[in-house]
Every structure is written in C-alpha cells, then in structure tokens.
Design a protein around this ligand. Sequence first.
Ligand code: BES
Ligand code: ZN
Length: 625
Amino acid sequence: MARPSALAAALLAAACSAPPPKPAKPMVRDVHSHSNPHQVRMTHLDLDLDVRFDRKILEGSATLTLDRLDPTAPLILDTRALDIRKAEAAPATGDSFEATPHKLGTPDPNLGAPLTIDLPPNARRVRIHYATSPEASGLQWLDPPQTAGKKHPFLFTQSQAIHARSWIPLQDSPGVRITYRGRIRTPRELIALMSARRDFRLANPKEPPSGDYTFRMPHRIPSYLIALAAGHLDSRYLSTRSEVWAEPSVVESAQKEFADTERMTQAVEKLYGPYQWLRYDLLVLPPSFPFGGMENPIVTFATPTILAGDQSLVSLIAHELAHSWSGNLVTNATWSDFWLNEGFTVYVERRVLEALYGPARAAMESVLGYRELKDELARLPEKDQILHIDLDGRDPDDGVTTVPYEKGALFLRALEDAFGRERFDAFVRAYFAHFRFESITTATFRTFLEKNLLALDPAAAAKVPVEEWITKPGLPASAPVPVSDAFQPVEALAAQWKTGTPAGAAPKDWTTHHWLHFLRAFPPDTPASKLAQLDQAYRFTQSGNAEITGQWLIMAVRAGYQPAFAKLERFLISVGRRKFLKPIYEELVKTPAGRGRAAAIFAKARAGYHPIATSTIEGIIARPR
Ligand code: BES
Ligand code: ZN
C-alpha cells in the first residue's frame, strides 16, 4: 500500500495535471493549416530556445510528441520563413534521436510552407533544430530606444491567428491542443515570460535574473496561445494569484490601473465557475504592441495605451480575463468559428463590468460597441457580416472586425433576453464546463444550444432567429438595441454644439466613454472651424488618453484641422496598436495631400511597427484609389 505521503503526492500531482487527452474525434478541416492532425497529431511540445538579440533570431529546437493515428503517414507541420536545420525522430522514451528525412514545401503567401517529416515505424517524437527569420511575422524585436527604459532590448511574440508557425514548427491549427514546456535563454539582465507556469520567482531578491528560464503549461492549449516575451521587467503584486509585469518605469502605474483584477476574476468565477489556470498575471508591453490585449494563458499581454490613469479602459482587462473561459477553455476549432471566442468574451466582459461598476457602465460600453458595429456593417461586404464567416483562401486576420465581437455578443444578449438571465447563465456555465479544454465548431455549439437551451422553452426559442444570427449578413430585425441613460446629457451637449452654439463646460465626472460618444456625435463633414472651438473648450489635442486621441485624430484628418497634425505624427510614430493606426491611415489616404503625409509618417514610423501592423498599413498606402 502506498504510504500516506506518497498517496498525497500522487493525489496532488493528479489534481495539478491536465485531464487525459480525449480520444481523437473526426476533425473539421482547417483551411489555414497545411498540417495533418487527422493522421499524425502532436500532443506535447518541448521548446528549447536561445533569444539572440544580436541577430534578431530565436535559435534552438522544438520536440513534438506524436499520436500516430495513421501509422503510415508522415508528419506535416506548418512553418513560415523558418530556417530548418535538421529533423530527428525517436521512440516515446529515451534519448535515441536519429536524423530523419524532411522536406520544406513551396510557401503559400497566407499559410507559409508545409514541412513534411518522415517517421520511422517506432517514432513517437520528432525534434526539429531550427532558427527563426529576423522578419518573423509573429515576433517583434525592439531596440533599446523603442522601450520605456531605453537601455535594454525587448522581444515579444504574437501567435494569434497563424503566426506561431513563424517561430515554432508545429501544427498551427486551433483545433489541435497540446501541453508544452519551454526552456528559454536570454541575456542575463533580462527576464523571460511564457504563457505557462514559470519555474522561478522574482519576489526573492536573492534570485536575480539568471538568463535561463523554464516554463510548463500542464493544460492542453491551441498553438495560438503559445507566447514568449523577454525584456528588462519588474513585477508588482495585485493579489495572491495575480501580478503585473512591465518595464520598471511603468510597473507602478500599471499596478494602480489594474487594482481590480482580482475582483474581476472573482466576478467571472461567480458567474461561470472556477478559474482554471492557477495564476492570472498581466504583462504590459512597449507601445508598439499591435493589439490592445492578447489572452495568453497565465499571462495576458497588454498595450500600455490602456494606462489612462483613471481605470476607464480596464474593460480590456475584463475582456482578456474573460478569454480564460471563452477561448482558452473553450476554443474555436477553426478561424471561421472565431465569433465563439470573441462574441462570448465581449458578452462576459460586459457582465464583469456590470458586476464591478454597475449596469450604467456596462450599458455605455454596449452602446459604444453597438455604434461601432453599425458603422462597420455599413461598410463591410455582406460575406464579412456573417458570424460563421467563410475565410477560405484568405488571411484569418480578414475576419477580425467588430462582427465576431459585437454581433456575437449581441446574439448572446438576445438569447439572454429571451430566456431570462437565470436560465441563460446556467446554460453558459454548462457550456464552459462541458467543452473545457476542447476546440469546437459553430455546428457543435448549435447542437449544444439546441439541446440545452432552445429545446427547454420553444416559446422563448421562437423569439431568436438562430439560423439568421449565425449564417446571414446584417442584424435580425429582432436584435436588441443597447441604450444608455448616461449618454443623454452627452447627446444634449453635442446637439448644442452642432446647432452652432459653443456650449459650456462638461460635467466633471465624464469618463472616456462619455467623451468618445460625444466626439462620435459629430458628422464626418464637421469643419476645422468647429474642431477649433471644440479643442479650445475641451483640449482634445492635448488629451493623454489614447482612445480619445484616436477618435479626435480621425476627425482632425477629415476636417484638415492643422493644429492637431503635430500630435498626429507623434501618435502614429509612438503607438503601434493597429486599432488606432488603421482608421487614421485610412482617413489620411482619402486625399492626395493626406496620402503624401501618410507615406511620410509611415516612412518614419515603420521601423517601430510590428510586422502585423506594417503589413496592414502597407496595404492601406499601396491600395489604389
Ligand atoms: N484575441 C484578441 C486579439 C487578436 C484577435 C489577435 C485576432 C489576433 C487575431 C484579443 O482578445 C482582443 O480581442 N483584443 C482587442 C481588445 C478587446 C477589448 C476588444 C484588441 O486588441 O483591441
Ligand atoms: Zn478577444
């Protein structure tokens, strides 16, 4: 019989480790991967990489553990611009890796190149020795001047949607889930973080950075959630399970801004069940990070542009945290099912805001989101207005619009309205519990919805045209329309301005939400003279808030409002968040003079942009009118 201590250890190990992989199910084809998981499927990854700032490359090996469903098939992996040096194969255990033939196929502009590796009959693991390219689409290498501290370089990854393949050869499809371990070597003074449990603690001053770090992710995750960052980092306490990492000069303001992180986590837990990832940490990146946030498990990556000083932009934290359930626990199986990730996440995000800050705050955010959705629906081709979007032959980034986010959330809101909060909450809780650590398609969701919600109350179900929500463009006539009482005074003030009367001061307690709604109340033909008056009254050009600045600069470009142009240039050079860059550049290229200005600013800013932002902006500037 096992001694009690051994038994306890075994129980603890069982409790800490992931549930065993479920038997392989027939998979839907992912048009964004060359790989063959229906024949040979990776189940675990061991990464061993040197971070080489001198050459802007990662160099080392990736060892994949395989499930050979078809014993005769070779292994096919996704790669993009990788320098593959050697492939080796080995049985399940031991160290007897032996070279095995491999072949890199012709690269596809969207998908990269397939890497086919021959598998000897007993092979259960392959090891690939490789290096990344300095232009890897999923990596951004920052020189010291591009960081807050200006002294040390910085590296971060962004794997979603299909960029993991630019830094790791693997089956880069969200339908394939793996556990992983990482060993990362950096220059000594830097700290590395991965989207995994780290085997070091910084809180102990006796443990200075070693430049050699190990990580483990015990749960099965899709490849787009594998992440790495290395920089001169410090951390601050948020709660027993959360801390925030950032460059030393930023970390304290981040600690203040994110003080509600634990309350947010508890709010989601209360709604949808326990947090499953042990820790929830945050990493604030330099301003060139191309997104607002990225839900890398255990450590969310975030833009510094949400450090507004007044917590007015923390909905982004609620959003990335919510992904710990919607997305990281239950994952879209293909990028056509992306709305399952983002629609649920926006829905949960608003529920968190409501729980922490009250319904008025949640309502304001819903109204702002609805407005963005309506504006974008008016511009998008019909095929891109569909939740279950067809992305065959396209970059999955083309599907990243407000549709999966806001239309997805509105659909869930419609279900909540029809069935009542209590029943809908129970359904969502069951959904997360049932599909935890799985990747699912829209069809699987629909089957579950039918059985666990719609069938319970046909009268309520009749109110929600599910087929139309999921497969048709636009919004159903019965779609809910978010409203916010808090915006009434905002609209009144804007109306006064629009009739020509410079209006008085705004209430002191207006937050970013009020101001965004205020600015968006002005039509596209608002002239520079009106902007000058607004600027004099409310100092928009001087705003330190990135959301307000972003909106204001779009209006300034439209109107040709010169006094904002210096700010425009500074903003476009210092901030790399695509959500801000894209609409401003799009507005600029509408006139010949603006196009010239866009090209000139881009020439200066380009070196500081992430490859993902660079390709978006290049597309806008190159596009013929
Ligand atoms: N997972 C997304 C970011 C993403 C989506 C990266 C698709 C690459 C491809 C993240 O959760 C997200 O949605 N971020 C938003 C913020 C959010 C508050 C709407 C962003 O970055 O703006
Ligand atoms: Zn998201």
